[in-house]
Design a binder for this molecule. Structure first.
Ligand SMILES: [Zn+2]
Length: 261
């Protein structure tokens, strides 16, 4: 049930963002969609299948078991449901922020995460461009964080929906009117902010790690409000990986096992 709820919400938000990208694009398409979309959507399909046949439901099950067995901080404290929901949401968002920071600073995890950053443009399909091993690693990490805090099971489902929706939104190539964009920045990582994280400049890639709320980047001094170059023309991707031959579907699956450049 929770899987179908997550998938329906994800598909709805994805379709909405793709529609808005067509109606109000932020950047012109410099790279042909036909070159990128089969790869991004192909990785999404592989990842969905992999999770379906392996540990896809683990996060929710872990929270449910932890609650039944009374394991984890919130269960030990017997926290009220509303408090436990709120703490779970903030805790998991913070945990994902630190996972993202680690993905950039620990070479062994960067080997996986560079697949996400190798996209030469950024749109809603970039949000699902991940190496299958990074998806598996994320699920194991998230499950450990869930057990540690004794997460509220309902909050875990809500968090997955928020994380997915926020990632689709902040990778999207949509033009948001300036005043509205500036207002959204007080709370959210907007597409303009997250696009800076996909810049080819290393100092910009190593900023704006948040996925949903903007607080963690501000708190831990990784917030960067503007890119050095214009949002509409700045190059996206990794300087070392720019050839279509290097970015084929098979090459991307092999990428983590090759020497880092
Ligand atoms: Zn990243």
């Amino acid at each position: 049930m929770e899987t179908w709820l997550r998938l329906t919400m994800a598909a709805g938000i994805f379709a909405l963002m793709i529609g808005l990208e067509t109606l109000i694009p932020r950047r012109k398409a410099h790279i042909d969609r036909q070159q990128r979309w089969p790869i991004n959507l192909g990785l999404a399909a592989v990842n969905m299948l992999l999770m379906r046949v392996s540990i896809g439901g683990m996060a929710y099950l872990a929270a449910d078991y932890a609650q039944t067995l009374g394991v984890g901080l919130l269960n030990w404290l017997d926290a009220a449901p509303a408090l436990s929901m709120l703490v779970t949401l903030f805790w998991l968002d913070l945990a994902i922020y630190w996972q993202h920071v680690a993905s950039h600073h620990l070479p062994i995890i960067w080997r996986l995460h560079q697949v996400h950053h190798s996209d030469l443009a950024i749109d809603a399909t970039t949000a699902v461009r991940f190496h299958p091993l990074e998806i598996l690693l994320s699920m194991v990490y998230k499950t450990l964080c869930i057990i540690l805090i004794g997460a509220n099971p309902l909050a875990v489902v809500v968090f997955e929906i928020i994380l997915n929706g926020a990632a689709t939104f902040n990778h999207s190539n949509i033009h948001i009117p300036t005043q509205l964009e500036q207002a959204l920045r007080w709370l959210l990582i907007t597409p303009d902010l997250h696009r800076i994280h996909h810049s080819t400049l290393p100092e910009e890639t190593n900023s704006n790690y948040g996925f949903s709320v903007v607080f963690w980047d501000k708190l831990f001094k990784t917030y960067r409000p503007e890119p050095q170059q214009a949002q509409t023309t700045m190059p996206i991707g990794l300087p070392a990986l720019r050839l279509a031959t290097e970015l084929s579907f098979v090459r991307l699956l092999q990428l983590p096992f090759k020497a880092l450049r």
